[in-house]
Structure formats: structure tokens, C-alpha cells
Design a protein around this ligand. Structure first.
Ligand SMILES: [Zn+2]
Length: 200
């Protein structure tokens, strides 16, 4: 199930680009998707989505363009949608069905520990240059030291909604359907790290 480990740590799996383009097209239409890709300097992906790991800077550029072209609520909704789509893709194609059945059958606390362990082992596919720290418990915490998404926009509120939606969707499918994820600290607002809190 795993692609080979990339030699360059500052790369991210193509989902962060592909699912964002999908969310843009689904919600706002193809012309708007193209406008955002153009603004990011990634117009080549309109015709041929990336099939391999992409430079982290391209993901940052696309997410920055989403926020530059669209108003804030629309940009937030697109990034959330992209995160949900990423999780659905992982559930459909990357996380083996037997493992999913085991996780669903376990008590939520244990399933959360195992799922977070699995996620941590695959951090290289989505965290880019960030270092991931997992704090087990209820709530569970996922801490990104140096989240690339936090470089998208500095301001007064968290901007890593893509990760929030991905984790929340995975947890709702595999740990507890009532899981709520939120980013309680974000480097974009000056915090030392981005902290995702998962409660169920
Ligand atoms: Zn953040």
C-alpha cells in the first residue's frame, strides 16, 4: 500500500493538490479552479493532476492562492472539503479494509491510539517538512511543528483546516462517529506549533 519513501523530506503526497482542485471544481466550477491554479502558478495540473509526491512549496502556493482568490468563508469551506475528500480517498485506497474493520470493532480509545500510530508512520506523506508529535489521550492531540500549511497566511486565526477535516473524517469513520476536531493553536497566529485536538 505504501509508495517508496521520498528522498526529499520537503515533499507532500499529491492528495493535498488533487483533492483541493476537486473541491474547487465541485463547489465553484472548473473556471474558478483554473483561476486558482493559475494564481498558484500550477496551471499545468489542470490537464494532468500530479501522480507522485509534489514539492511542499506547490501545496503552500495552491492553498495560498485559494485564500487570495476566494473570500474567507469560501476558502475555509474549500479547504475543509479538500480535507474530507483526502480522508475519503485514504479510506477507499490506502488504509486496508481489514485494518479498518479492526479499528471499528475496538473501543474508541484504543482505536484512536492505533490510528494515530498508523498516521504517525505515514507522516512523511502529508506533513512535508513538519515534525509530527502525537499526544495520546482524550482528547488526543496531533501537534505539527513547522506545519507547511501555517505558512499560507499569517493572521489572527488558525488556517490548517485541511488537516483538521482530514483527521476528523478519518476519526469519524474509524474511531467514533461523534469525533470533533479543531485546531486549538496555529503557527499562522504566532503559536509555537499547530495543535489539532480530537474529541469523541
Ligand atoms: Zn496551523
Amino acid at each position: 500500500m505504501d509508495p517508496p519513501v521520498p528522498p526529499d523530506a520537503a515533499r507532500i503526497g499529491p492528495n493535498a493538490l488533487i483533492r483541493t482542485a476537486e473541491a474547487l471544481t465541485a463547489r465553484l466550477g472548473e473556471p474558478t479552479c483554473r483561476r486558482v491554479l493559475d494564481a498558484a502558478g500550477l496551471e499545468r495540473y489542470a490537464a494532468a493532476p500530479p501522480a507522485v509526491m509534489v514539492p511542499e512549496d506547490e501545496v503552500v502556493a495552491l492553498h495560498r492562492a485559494v485564500r487570495a482568490v476566494l473570500d474567507r468563508p469560501t476558502a475555509d469551506a474549500v479547504m475543509h472539503d479538500a480535507g474530507v475528500r483526502t480522508a475519503r480517498y485514504l479510506l477507499a485506497h490506502r488504509i486496508p479494509r481489514p485494518a479498518q474493520r479492526v479499528l471499528r470493532a475496538l473501543p474508541a480509545g484504543l482505536a484512536a491510539r492505533l490510528l494515530l500510530g498508523l498516521i504517525a508512520r505515514h507522516a512523511w506523506t502529508f506533513a512535508g517538512s513538519a515534525e509530527l508529535q502525537i499526544v495520546h489521550g482524550k482528547p488526543a492531540r496531533v501537534i505539527f511543528h513547522g506545519s507547511p500549511l501555517a505558512r499560507v497566511e499569517a493572521g489572527d486565526r488558525p488556517v490548517c483546516g485541511f488537516y483538521v477535516a482530514t483527521f476528523e473524517t478519518l476519526f469519524r469513520a474509524l474511531v467514533d462517529a461523534r469525533t470533533v476536531a479543531r485546531e486549538t493553536a496555529c503557527a499562522a497566529t504566532g503559536a509555537a506549533a499547530c495543535t489539532l485536538e480530537l474529541s469523541w
